[in-house]
Design a protein around this ligand. Structure first.
Ligand code: FES
Length: 67
């Protein structure tokens, strides 16, 4: 499913960017060499980033302890 229609960024691409260190929508756009257009995806993208970050941390409790 697309998170960003304007730039054709899918949920799985947001997840991959988060795994590579993205923590803000702008980081996701940069990861794919794109920039936001209308900006209407920002809330959904932030939500997806938060969910993926939380899931990553839950799967790697040793890293969470190091934070
Ligand atoms: S939907 Fe992402 S910039 Fe328009």
């Amino acid at each position: 499913m697309y998170i960003c229609i304007c730039r054709a960024i899918r949920e799985r691409e947001v997840d991959a960017a988060v795994r590579a260190g993205a923590r803000r929508p702008v980081d996701v756009f940069r990861a794919y060499g794109k920039s936001p257009q209308c900006g209407s995806c920002a809330c959904d993208m932030r939500e997806r980033i938060a969910e993926t970050t939380a899931r990553e941390r839950a799967e790697q409790p040793a890293l969470m302890a190091a934070d």
